[in-house]
Design a protein around this ligand. Structure first.
Ligand SMILES: Cc1cc2nc3c(=O)[nH]c(=O)nc-3n(C[C@H](O)[C@H](O)[C@H](O)COP(=O)(O)OP(=O)(O)OC[C@H]3O[C@@H](n4cnc5c(N)ncnc54)[C@H](O)[C@@H]3O)c2cc1C
Length: 396
């Protein structure tokens, strides 16, 4: 990659790891900073739809992801009501037969696989380190960066991938705080019964409870509902609070909701926030990607996939030139409409799930049977149209 010999990636989450891999694959020397002293992962899972898997394929790790996670080869998504009675089913699409429509995986496993690839590519990973000063040196065509360990260096590109509270976003876009959406997500991990092999969404009254396999022996439960702004819950109370919120869910959810009172139940609570940074997403040779630029609500399960796509398409754009700033501008202009579409669709789904309106709930089953598959198909078709064709794979 002629115009980017030396790149600095700040943040070692999904976006940062993926960007470091993609840039290193394109020939750059890459340093990646992660502020945590040791990589700690949220223990629950993530699902990755086919577009994120396609990006992981470009990053050279798809076989490991398929082996380490749980692929739903037929893309089956079952909708039940809160008692466990069937409503309808949909199928998630895939654009290539060798790529599953959806894979569930533990976050720690995803990061373990990405970290292995970073190591194989010789990326210089600095844990417990961040950037404390970033200065564009337009004359030299580089960015001068001072790190928290006191060292300093010059880079042809700096990628801000530090997630929703990105400091680099402030540098690029000025002050822009995450906005609370009024919704909370409760997640827990459980042993997977052998016959639970599909993604299940249970439709409650103003709540949703999802079940998703994340490995051959585990699944995770994710429940969403409105939560008051500024509410803080003691971590030790999370299992009991999750159990109380989803106590009315029966059917396949029942044993897992009950198990939340077992000692050692693994529960995470997240108050859902969003960020939609306006363009440009770069300033000089500094660019932001992933949640730093476009943190979404999780209701379409696309935040991680968007971060993976960002990384692959950023490196591709930079390797084609004509110069770094033009490539960064084109990157933002190409990505922002798609990320905005995903954010808006996801927010709509979250808000619809939070509604308690009795008439709408009564009509829900019939409406879903008529429209659910069409909505899935329309969503992915629109994403494909906004993204455009994937660039050819390396060596293709
Ligand atoms: C409840 C919930 C469920 C979700 N489920 C899904 C799902 O099923 N599928 C999906 O695709 N997406 C999902 N998402 C979205 C997905 O988790 C995010 O979009 C994705 O993790 C964003 O990755 P990122 O690397 O941009 O940010 P992050 O994952 O936040 O990573 C940022 C990294 O940067 C580090 N960092 C921060 N500041 C600094 C600094 N100053 N210097 C150095 N390092 C720094 C952090 O420690 C962290 O490691 C979900 C989100 C939520 C909230």
């Amino acid at each position: 990659m002629e115009q980017v010999e030396q790149a600095l990636v700040v943040g070692g989450g999904i976006a940062g790891c993926a960007a470091a891999i993609a840039l290193a694959q394109a020939g750059a020397r890459v340093t990646m900073l992660e502020q945590q002293r040791e990589w700690k992962f949220q223990s629950s899972g993530i699902f990755i739809y086919h577009n994120g898997l396609e990006a992981l394929d470009r990053l050279g790790v798809l076989p490991q992801i398929m082996a380490g996670g749980f692929a739903i080869a037929d893309g089956r998504n079952i909708y039940l009501d809160e008692r466990g009675a069937p409503i309808t089913e949909t199928r998630y699409p895939s654009r290539r037969p060798e790529i599953a429509p959806i894979v569930g995986i533990r976050r720690a496993e995803l990061h373990r696989i990405l970290a292995g690839r970073l190591g194989a590519l010789g990326v210089d990973i600095r844990l417990g380190t961040t950037a404390v000063r970033i200065d564009q040196d337009a004359a030299a065509g580089q960015v001068a960066v001072v790190l928290s360990d006191g060292s300093a260096g010059r880079h042809d590109l700096v990628v801000g991938a530090e997630g929703i509270r990105s400091a680099i976003r402030r540098l690029v876009a000025g002050p822009l705080e995450p906005a609370y959406t009024g919704l909370g997500v409760w997640r827990s991990v459980h042993p997977r019964p052998r016959d639970l092999t599909a993604k299940i969404m249970m439709m409650g009254r103003g709540k949703r409870l999802g079940i998703m396999p994340i490995s051959h022996d585990q699944l995770y439960l994710f429940g969403t509902l409105p939560e008051p702004a500024g509410q803080w819950y003691e971590r030790a109370d999370w299992p009991a609070l999750m159990q109380a919120r989803f106590a009315e869910f029966e059917g396949p959810a029942r044993p897992f909701v009950r198990a939340l009172s077992d000692a050692g139940a693994e529960v995470l609570y997240t108050a859902v926030e969003e960020v939609a940074a306006p363009l440009p997403w770069h300033r000089g040779r500094v660019v932001m990607i992933g949640d730093a630029a476009h943190a979404s609500t999780p209701f379409m399960g696309q935040g991680g996939a968007m971060a993976l796509e960002d990384a692959v398409l950023l490196a591709h754009g930079l390797s084609r030139g004509p110069d770094v700033e033009t490539a960064l501008r084109a990157f933002g202009q190409a990505r922002q409409p798609l990320c905005q579409f995903v954010q808006e669709a996801s927010r709509r789904v979250g808000e619809a799930g939070a509604q308690e309106d009795a008439a709408a709930i009564a009509a829900r089953g019939e409406t879903m049977r008529r429209t659910a598959q069409r909505q899935v198909d329309d969503f992915y078709a629109r994403m494909d149209a906004l993204r455009g064709p994937w660039p050819p794979a390396r060596g293709a």
